[in-house]
Structure formats: structure tokens, C-alpha cells
Design a protein around this ligand. Structure first.
Ligand code: SF4
Length: 319
């Protein structure tokens, strides 16, 4: 889709005037090049200031990796391993407690359970880990359990996903991770994360989480094989879910890092997201999501310098 300066100006002036962007307009903005990129960034920055002011927010959190052994081993992921791999790890018992104690000593206010989906995990496995986190760090906020983990644990335990969510809440899970969304297009998912849950199941479980009073993050994984139209459609699905439930606290753009992924090894990708895409993604998320205030800038994915630039292009929250 070729950029056209007049069209860009009209869309940006409409959105600054309060109009809601369509998916087609978002697709168009994601394709911008040259000077138009800066126009989109400036418009997004204006909206950011209006909605969030000038303070950059962040959460003092620590990711706790319990295991990299994963049933999925997605094309997009360089982290997941088979149980038999030499560099597979699984921390439990006292070793895991010590890692959690380290988080406590760092005075974090949130721990993020971030791991592979171990093939032998059940709902009890997640409950036990969550309870142990609370034992070690009383009052901590626990953010974890993506819809894919919830579906897998529910199936392994012979219960519904809603029942799984009820049990996770009772164990002390405070908010649900909106990961595993990647791109909510089953054709793309078939290539980049074939064994993960379907788009429909992701949305269903997020709705169930919302009905139980959970909050969640929303994510988009961009920069692998998807088109701008598929990115924009993904954003449309998330915005619709937010209209319906108000469940999302922030939108998190996850730049695809291609090195050592099965997709790269298979020659299906030769690079991850480009800086231009990182900047435009931040700006377009700000312009598109009139119903989500926080647009995250994940510095661990795009680097500190790019993160600083994205904070001038609509981002307000440092992930
Ligand atoms: S992205 Fe998540 S589910 Fe997929 S292989 Fe990596 S750790 Fe496992």
C-alpha cells in the first residue's frame, strides 16, 4: 500500500480530532515511509500527552523462569526446549524458592511467571508455584498464565478453562498474561506457533478471565511473516475485546527477534522487525487504541536507544 502525504495528513488530523481509526487506516499507517513516519509519530506523541501526561510509568518486576521445557516449541521462539535437550532446565523445590527470594531481595512489586509450558504440568503445578511465590513474597502481585497455559493445564486436569481460572485466582494469581496472542490469524499461527491455541480460544479465555474480574495485558508479536493487514486485523480484534470487557491494562508490542528461532533455521525469515516498524507500531497502537491508555515500550526487545525514541512516538510505559 503506497503512502500518500495528503491521505496521511487527513487520517492523522481525523484521529487527533477524536475519530476512531479503521483497520484499513491502521494498515495504511503501518506502511508509511520517509517523512510521513515522523508525522504519525508526532500525532501519536500528541495523543500520548493528552491521555497520559509526561510521566513514563514502569513496574518494578522480575521475570521468574521456571523451565524452558515446552510442549510447543514454536517457530517464533528461541527459548523453548525438549526435555532431552542438553540446555533444558527446570527449577523446582528449593532452587526455585531461592530464585524467588532473589526477587524479594530486589524489592520488586510484581513477579511475572514466564516459562515454557512443561508437558507434565497440570493446574496443580501452577497453583503450587503461585502459592509458593506468595509465601516467599507476601503481598506480591503475580502476573502470569497465558491463555495457552490455561487451556493446556485445564485439559491436562480434566476441567474447563473457566474452572482453571477460578482455581488460579483462588491460588493467588493477580492478573493474566495476554501473551500467546502473537497474531490472531490462524493462518499465521499455523506457521509461527502451530501448537498454540487458536485465535478463537485465546479470545474466549480472555473473556472468561474478564468475567472473573481478572485484568490482563494485550500483546502483538510483529515482524515475522505477517502482513500489515494481519497486524491491523489483530489490533481490531483486541480493540473489540476491550470495548466488550475493559480487561486490558496495556498494549504490549513484542518485536520479533529472529536469531536461533526454528523459523530462521528453516529459512522462513531472515530478520526480525526493523527500527522503522518498531517506531510505526508504537505510533499506530497509540493512534488505534482509543480504549487502552497504556502503550508499552519493551526495551528488552528493541534496546534502550530505540525504546527512548518510541517514548517520543506514543509510548508511555517502559516494559
Ligand atoms: S513461545 Fe512460549 S509456548 Fe512457544 S516455544 Fe516459546 S516458550 Fe514455548
Amino acid at each position: 500500500m503506497a503512502a500518500d502525504a495528503k491521505k496521511t495528513d487527513t487520517i492523522l488530523s481525523d484521529v487527533l480530532g477524536g475519530a476512531r481509526l479503521t483497520e484499513e487506516e491502521a494498515e495504511y499507517l503501518l506502511s508509511l515511509r520517509d517523512a510521513d513516519i515522523w508525522k504519525a509519530a508526532a500525532a501519536a506523541d500528541t495523543l500520548r500527552e493528552k491521555k497520559c501526561g509526561d510521566a513514563v510509568t514502569y513496574v518494578r518486576n522480575m521475570n521468574i523462569h521456571v523451565t524452558n521445557i515446552c510442549k510447543n516449541r514454536c517457530g517464533l521462539c528461541a527459548f523453548g526446549r525438549k526435555e532431552s535437550d542438553a540446555d533444558a532446565f527446570f527449577y523446582d523445590g528449593e532452587v526455585l524458592r531461592e530464585r524467588v527470594q532473589k526477587a524479594r531481595n530486589e524489592h520488586v512489586s510484581e513477579v511475572c511467571y514466564l516459562s515454557g509450558i512443561h508437558p507434565s504440568f497440570t493446574i496443580e503445578s501452577y497453583e503450587n508455584i503461585i502459592r509458593m511465590f506468595h509465601e516467599e513474597i507476601p503481598g506480591i502481585h503475580i502476573h502470569g498464565c497465558s491463555p495457552d497455559e490455561i487451556l493446556f493445564a485445564a485439559e491436562r486436569s480434566g476441567i474447563s478453562t473457566k474452572e482453571a481460572l477460578i482455581r488460579l485466582k483462588a491460588a493467588g494469581l493477580n492478573s493474566v498474561q495476554g501473551t500467546a496472542a502473537e497474531i490472531l490469524d490462524d493462518g499465521v499461527r499455523h506457521v509461527i506457533c502451530e501448537k498454540k491455541l487458536s485465535s478463537a480460544d485465546w479470545c474466549r479465555i480472555i473473556r472468561e478471565a474478564a468475567s472473573l474480574g481478572f485484568k490482563s495485558t494485550a500483546t502483538i508479536m510483529y515482524g515475522s511473516i505477517e502482513t500489515n493487514a494481519q497486524r491491523a486485523h489483530h489490533m481490531g480484534i483486541i480493540r473489540g475485546l476491550q470495548d466488550e470487557t475493559g480487561v486490558f491494562t496495556e498494549m504490549v508490542p513484542l518485536a520479533f527477534l529472529h536469531k536461533n528461532t526454528p523459523l530462521a533455521k528453516a529459512g522462513l525469515v531472515t530478520h526480525g522487525s526493523f527500527g522503522r516498524e518498531d517506531l510505526l507500531m508504537t505510533a499506530v497502537l497509540r493512534l488505534f487504541f482509543d480504549n487502552i491508555d497504556n502503550i508499552q515500550v519493551p526495551w528488552t526487545k528493541i534496546g534502550k536507544k530505540m525504546a527512548a525514541v518510541c517514548l517520543c512516538a506514543g509510548g508511555n510505559d517502559l516494559g
